[in-house]
Design a protein around this ligand. Structure first.
Ligand SMILES: [Zn+2]
Length: 141
């Protein structure tokens, strides 16, 4: 069973994933599919988290589909039909969202590294903001 305790933080993970798709996927059709996959993943996690299990050892998400009665595991690959056809699927989107969320929950970003973004440390105000390439990175004490 998967339970998202910090909805706020999870919301930021979703927002960040959407903006990443926006910035990195150039094909309009693929972009639309990924955005749909992320939206569906967010809804499924919210409503059917009870049918999902996060496996920390291999960073995969087990998803029991009540509709097909199959169990999918996703961590970049998936066993569903969409994946077979090379299309984005919500399983993979969900696995990614949960992985990023778990990383935020368990490990703060290494200081000075522009990894996943600023809100890793949202408990303090940044003292300065530095620019690393295109990324504005707040610096904390
Ligand atoms: Zn899938």
């Amino acid at each position: 069973m998967l339970e998202i305790e910090n909805k706020d933080r999870f919301g930021k993970v979703i927002a960040d994933s959407l903006s990443k798709i926006e910035q990195t996927v150039t094909d309009a059709q693929t972009k639309k599919r990924w955005i749909n996959a992320i939206a569906k993943a967010a809804a499924e996690i919210e409503q059917n988290g009870v049918f999902m299990t996060w496996q920390n050892e291999d960073h995969s998400l087990l998803i029991w589909s009540q509709r097909s009665n199959n169990i999918y595991t996703a961590n970049g690959v998936c066993q569903c039909r969409a994946f077979e056809q090379g299309a984005p699927c919500f399983h993979r989107a969900a696995a990614r969202l949960v992985r990023l969320y778990m990383e935020l929950e368990t490990a703060p970003a290494p200081v000075g590294e522009a990894r996943e973004i600023p809100y890793l440390r949202n408990t303090k105000e940044p003292i300065t903001v530095e620019k690393y390439g295109p990324v504005r990175l707040p610096i904390y004490n």
